[in-house]
Design a protein around this ligand. Structure first.
Ligand code: ADP
Ligand code: BMX
Ligand code: ZN
Length: 299
C-alpha cells in the first residue's frame, strides 16, 4: 500500500511518501503556515505524480477523528476551525485518518518493538516526545490509547516538580508549572533566552559554543521533570517500555541524563526499559501510516 503521511508538529511539518511500510520520500517545512490551504498546497505538490491509497495525518493537538484543536495555543492556529478529515478527502479524493503525533509515534515504535520481539503483543508502551512540547502517547495491552475529543494522554500538562528556572508565563493549559512549560524544547529556548539576554533555541543549548554549565543545568531541569512524568505513568500503568523521541529527546546528552535520572529515583520496582525512537523524526508519520493501512485493510 502507498500512503502519504504527514506529521504536523509545533515547529516543523514532515511530509512523507510511504511505500510498503518504508519512507521513500520526505520533505520538511516550518509549521508557520498562515492558513490550512497553505499546508495543503505543499501536500498537493508533494502528491503530484505519486499514486497513493490514502493520507494519514499525525498532528500535535487534541485530535479527534475529524479535527485538530491545539491545547498549546501558541502553535498551529491554522488548523483550528478546519474540518480537516472532510477537507482532505474532498481535495485529494482519498481516505484520510487523523491521530495525535505522540499517539501515532507510540504505535509505530510498539509495532517495531513487537516485530523485534522486544515487547509482548499485549504489552504497555509509553512514547514521550521532547520537542516543541512534551507529548505522550500510550499503547496499552497492545492497543493505542485515544479518546473521542483527543485529550487522552496529554500528560505533559500535569504539574511538574518545583524547579530552579521558572517560566515567565503560564502555559495555555492553565498551569505555570506543567512539565511542558518547565521542560519542553520551546520552554528550554525561552529560559535560555531569558537567562542570557539573547534569542536562543533549545538546539543551541547542545552547541559546544553555549555555556557548558548553564546548558547542563537547563537540560537537567528538563530530564528531571520528564523522569518524574515517566515514573508517575509507570506506577499507574506498569510500563514494559518507554521510548523517547523529539529533536531534544533523542540527543545523546539528553537521553543519557534522563536514564540516569530515572534510575536514581531508586524505586523498589523495576523501571521500564528505556529506548530512543527507532524511527527518529519519522515515528509520528510511520504510526499514522500504519493505522491508516490497518483501517483500509480491515475496515
Ligand atoms: P516538532 O515539535 O515540530 O515535532 P522538533 O522535534 O524538531 O519539532 O522539536 C522542536 C524543538 O527541538 C525546538 O525547541 C528546537 O530548538 C529543538 N531542536 C531542533 N533540532 C534540534 C537538535 N538537532 N538538537 C537539539 N534540539 C533540537
Ligand atoms: C503539546 C500538545 C500535544 C502534542 C505535544 C507534542 C498542542 C499543539 N500540542 O503538549 O498535543 O502531542 O505538545 O507536540 O496542543 P510537538 O509540537 O512537540 O510535536
Ligand atoms: Zn501545560
Amino acid at each position: 500500500m502507498n500512503i502519504v503521511a504527514i506529521d504536523i508538529g509545533g515547529t516543523k511539518t514532515l511530509l512523507t511518501y510511504i511505500q510498503g511500510g518504508s519512507v521513500v520520500a520526505r520533505e520538511v517545512w516550518p509549521s508557520d503556515f498562515e492558513t490550512w490551504q497553505a499546508l495543503t498546497d505543499k501536500v498537493a505538490l508533494f502528491c503530484k505524480d505519486r499514486s497513493f491509497d490514502g493520507i494519514a495525518i499525525a498532528s500535535a493537538g487534541m485530535v479527534s477523528s475529524e479535527t485538530i484543536t491545539p491545547l498549546n495555543t501558541s502553535v498551529l492556529s491554522f488548523v483550528s476551525q478546519i474540518d480537516v478529515r472532510k477537507e482532505v478527502e474532498r481535495q485529494f479524493g482519498k481516505p484520510c485518518l487523523l491521530i495525535n503525533d505522540a499517539a501515532a509515534a507510540a504505535y509505530a515504535e510498539f509495532s517495531e518493538a513487537l516485530e523485534h520481539q522486544e515487547v509482548r503483543p499485549a504489552g504497555n508502551l509509553l512514547f514521550v516526545t521532547v520537542s516543541t512540547g512534551i507529548g505522550c502517547g500510550l499503547v496499552l495491552s497492545g492497543q493505542p490509547m485515544t479518546s473521542p475529543k483527543g485529550l487522552a494522554c496529554h500528560a505533559g500538562h500535569m504539574r511538574g516538580l518545583p524547579a530552579r528556572f521558572t517560566p515567565m508565563e503560564a502555559c495555555s493549559c492553565g498551569l505555570e508549572d506543567c512539565v511542558e512549560n518547565l521542560a519542553s524544547g520551546a520552554a528550554l529556548g525561552r529560559l535560555a533566552s531569558h537567562l542570557t539576554g539573547e534569542p536562543l533555541s533549545a538546539k543551541e543549548l547542545f552547541d559546544s559554543r553555549f555555556d557548558r554549565e548553564l546548558s547542563r543545568q537547563l537540560i537537567q531541569q528538563s530530564t528531571t521533570q520528564v523522569a518524574h512524568l515517566v515514573d508517575t505513568l509507570h506506577l499507574s500503568l506498569d510500563l514494559d517500555c518507554v521510548v523517547i523521541g523529539g529533536s531534544v529527546g533523542i540527543r545523546d546528552r539528553y537521553f543519557e541524563q534522563l536514564c540516569i535520572d530515572i534510575s536514581s529515583l531508586r524505586r523498589p520496582v523495576s523501571p521500564p526499559v528505556m529506548k530512543r525512537a527507532r524511527f527518529q523524526a519519522d515515528s509520528g508519520a510511520m504510526g499514522a501510516a500504519i493505522r491508516l493501512t490497518e483501517t483500509l485493510k480491515h475496515g
